[in-house]
Design a protein around this ligand. Structure first.
Ligand code: F6P
Ligand code: MN
Length: 278
């Protein structure tokens, strides 16, 4: 497992440099979810694949930017799903973006997720790893240094409500309004990694990406985005649930690129969600 975390660190350092230097042009292609791929998405995907190919314990990888799973070592024990550069369209307006990783044994399903990690490329580059605990690291020079262990309080002060508001369902709108009426403040950049990172570091709050009339199964991808953060939030003492208030980690995706409505937060906000969603 240590070698996998080291490959993630190397990838983070290389991608941070790519973001600094690369052009923001679109490539000629779109990924399986229909998003236009930036050259940076494609380059970041290559960096990660190259670093994972050096780790013999990895059996296969799947990426938001690839159509199918790629076998690396037949005898490897671990499977890794990753989103090489989440929120990449925010690079050209100079907002934070991130890379997300889920590490599984046996098969790509929530119950087999043994660790996850993400990297935020912001004013500073930070990495969060959820394994035994949830640990924050910060890049200084060419090395990630341990900063602290992260845990959520019972209740936060901010919410990040995703999706097109005119397409929200009535009970979702009521819940978001209620949370604002309770004094919560809006914190939404449109990048899942920095938005969830902010809630985690501030000790609580609610991030929601609901089912909407135009996207009944939500937008965020189960393997590449949802499950890794579900593990981070649970290990930090919070919750990750879907629109039936079920644990996200119990979801079994049928296809690599399946999506799910998702809600991440601390205890109080998730109990409020249950009130509105049942
Ligand atoms: O990868 C999808 C993504 O860019 C996430 O980073 C982010 O949380 C979400 O889309 C934002 O979507 P919307 O603009 O619909 O709120
Ligand atoms: Mn993404």
């Amino acid at each position: 497992m240590e070698k996998i975390f080291q490959a993630i660190e190397r990838s983070g350092i290389e991608i941070a440099k790519l973001i600094d230097r690369d052009s923001f042009e679109y490539s000629d292609s779109a990924n399986t979810s229909g998003d236009n791929q930036l050259k940076l998405d494609v380059e970041s995907d290559k960096v990660i694949e190259k670093n994972f190919r050096e780790v013999t314990s990895i059996r296969a990888i799947s990426s938001e930017e690839k159509d199918r799973e790629v076998e690396i070592n037949r005898d490897g024990k671990y499977l890794i799903s990753y989103d090489p550069l989440d929120g990449s369209s925010l690079v050209d307006v100079n907002l934070s973006v991130g890379s997300i990783f889920g590490i599984y044994e046996n098969s790509f399903r929530g119950s087999n997720l043994v660790a996850s990690a993400y990297i935020v490329y912001g004013p500073r580059v930070e990495m969060v790893v959820a394994y035994d605990e949830v640990k924050l690291y910060r890049l200084a020079g060419e090395k990630f240094h341990f900063v602290k262990t992260l845990s959520l309080n019972e209740k936060g002060k901010i919410q990040a409500p995703g999706g097109t508001q005119k397409n929200w369902l009535p009970h979702h709108k009521k819940m978001v309004d209620d949370i604002f009426q309770q004094g919560y403040r809006l914190r939404y950049s449109g990048g899942m990694v920095p938005d969830l990172h902010q809630i985690l570091l501030k000790g609580g709050g609610l991030f929601s990406y609901p089912a909407t009339t135009d996207k009944p199964k939500g937008k965020l991808r189960i393997l590449f985005e949802v499950l890794p953060f579900a593990l981070v939030f649970e290990k930090a003492g919070g919750y990750g649930v879907d629109d039936k208030s079920q644990r996200l980690l119990n979801i079994e995706p049928q296809h690599l690129h399946d999506t799910s409505p998702c809600f991440f937060g601390s205890k109080y906000e998730i109990s409020l969600l249950k009130k509105y969603y049942g």
